[in-house]
Design a protein around this ligand. Structure first.
Ligand code: DGI
Ligand code: FE
Ligand code: FE
Ligand code: FE
Length: 187
């Protein structure tokens, strides 16, 4: 599937604002793939579809999580987490993309996971730093990514967890596990 076909498919699923975010993630992910030696076409495709399920009704997402045997603890946490695994599922089912590396990058773009692949790291970070993002700490991560993908990733996972904790919100265990894995295994 080429870029324009993929973009046309996701455009129908998204608001204008979310579509512009998606294009920003795509451009950022391609740059990072180029810099860090990942497959640029896979980065492009994963970025385009990463928020595919963002606006699906909660009930539909919940039903898919249960029916497809996705991690049950997802349902105990913020429904904002659901569009990532459900997006991977629907990208395969509805758009016919079956590259597991691409699907995993979509699946883990919100929480991360221990042992993230290069492509998963790139999509997580591109989502965080694309040019349309404006929040405290984003420029620091934009600087860090020039020198180290892993250090930039640790900072972004840390910022996300601290942001949730400051608001008194629950943190999904996979997010903590991702943070610990990165900190304990950094070269
Ligand atoms: O879909 P995006 O807005 O582009 O970004 P995202 O998929 O990275 O994050 C979506 C939301 O998920 C964001 O508002 C923060 C929330 N989130 C991320 N990690 C966790 C989380 N919410 C909870 N409760 N726990 C987490 O670990
Ligand atoms: Fe997302
Ligand atoms: Fe993210
Ligand atoms: Fe996103």
């Amino acid at each position: 599937m080429n870029r324009d076909e993929a973009l046309a498919i996701v455009k129908k699923q998204l608001t204008e604002h979310r579509y512009l975010h998606t294009v920003g993630v795509m451009e950022t992910a391609i740059k990072l793939a180029d810099k860090y030696g990942a497959d640029k076409k896979k980065a492009e495709l994963a970025a385009i579809f990463h928020d595919y399920a963002k606006f699906r009704p909660k009930e539909e997402m919940k039903e898919i999580i249960i029916r497809e045997g996705m991690p049950g603890d997802l349902l105990d946490y913020n429904s904002e987490l659901w569009h990532a695994p459900v997006g991977a599922f629907l990208t395969e089912k509805e758009a016919g993309i079956n590259d597991i590396e691409v699907l995993d990058a979509i699946r883990y773009h919100t929480s991360g996971r221990p042992g993230m692949t290069l492509l998963e790291k790139i999509i997580y970070l591109a989502d965080y730093i694309e040019p349309g993002r404006h929040f405290p700490g984003v420029d620091e991560v934009r600087d860090l990514v020039q020198t180290s993908l892993d250090i930039a990733l640790i900072k972004s996972v840390q910022n996300t967890i601290m942001f949730l904790m400051k608001k008194g919100q629950p943190v999904f265990p996979a997010s903590f596990q991702t943070y610990n894995d990165l900190v304990m295994n950094k070269g």
